[in-house]
Design a binder for this molecule. Structure first.
Ligand code: NAI
Length: 278
């Protein structure tokens, strides 16, 4: 797949760039010489981060398509082109499926899945216009590859992001497009995701969600990394045109376990149908 080996002078937009992984991606893109716009719903944090790292801040609500379109217009007015779009803004509160309110579902799917859809829908045609190509990075999660308890709404969104990105990658490759796409699937990263409820819309008050317990950090099962490390993984994926951008290769056994359960179901079904094992 197409990559963008030289990021110097390229224009990059990072949604959710005011904090956490988005900020880490922005820092690494700036280190490559890119001109970076951080686009975020939280204006105060966005302005502070933009000043701190040398980016431009533009406010956006990724769950609102008109807001994402306005972001694109402002970026094009300012720079004339956009080369890299990181659809990264996201939220991470959790609840068992049985406790989720419809407001919880709407918020989660609105930001974590529709946010990515809006970014792809708005920016794909813009990136395709570039002679020098372009790249989209969609932030999913390890929970887009394998998921556990309380991750129902989150995983529904993140599996969707992985599926959307895999299909888009195949379509762009078969078109020999100069635009590439990657899906970032991080494990645990030190960010403000444990305070996601700060951005819950006032119009969606009915909550079963709880912000994730930061105590998790003491669980030896989890290896925590810093946002700049995730940002470096993203930059490498953009330059090489990697589909999967992974920060936690040590978590593969959990994904393999899921794959093996699916393979076993196929084998069992094949045996019952008299088709022989796969
Ligand atoms: P964070 O809370 O530090 O940053 C998320 C940013 O998104 C914030 O600046 C927030 O204001 C912004 N945001 C929230 N709703 C928005 C909206 N509607 N429109 C525009 N901006 C909005 O959290 P973090 O961890 O950096 O999250 C970034 C992405 O990484 C998310 O998609 C999350 O699901 C994903 N992720 C995070 C992991 C972690 O361990 N921190 C692990 C796997 C994935």
């Amino acid at each position: 797949m197409s990559g963008l080996p030289d990021l110097a002078g390229k224009v990059a937009i990072v949604t959710g760039g005011a904090s956490g992984i988005g900020k880490g991606i922005a820092v690494q893109l700036i280190a490559e010489g890119a001109q970076v716009i951080i686009a975020d719903i939280q204006r105060d944090a966005m302005e502070a981060t933009a000043e701190e790292i040398g980016a431009v801040g533009i406010q956006v609500d990724v769950s609102n398509p008109a807001s994402v379109d306005a972001l694109a217009r402002e970026a094009l007015d300012r720079y004339g082109a956009v080369h890299v779009v990181c659809n990264n803004a996201g939220i991470g509160p959790l609840a068992p499926v049985a406790d989720l309110t419809l407001d919880d579902w709407r918020w989660m799917i609105g930001v974590n899945l529709w946010g990515v859809i809006h970014g792809v829908h708005t920016f794909l045609p813009i990136l395709k216009q570039n002679r020098e190509g372009g790249h989209i990075v969609n932030t999913a999660s390890m929970a887009g590859l394998v998921a556990g308890p309380r991750l129902g709404a989150y995983a529904a969104a993140k599996y969707g992001v992985v599926g959307l990105t895999e299909v888009l990658a195949a379509e762009l490759a078969s078109d020999n497009s100069r635009v590439g796409v990657s899906v970032l699937c991080p494990g645990t990263v030190h960010t403000n995701i444990g305070h996601s409820s700060r951005n819950r819309p006032a119009g969606l008050p009915d909550a079963g969600f709880k912000d994730i317990d930061i105590e998790l950090e003491d669980n030896p099962m989890y290896r925590w990394i810093y946002p700049e490390e995730a940002g470096a993984v993203v930059v490498r994926a953009i330059k090489r045109g990697d589909l999967y951008a992974l920060t936690h290769p040590d978590w593969y056994p959990r994904v393999a376990k899921r794959h093996e359960a699916i393979a076993e179901a196929f084998r069992q079904q094949a045996a019952e149908a008299g088709l022989g094992g796969g």
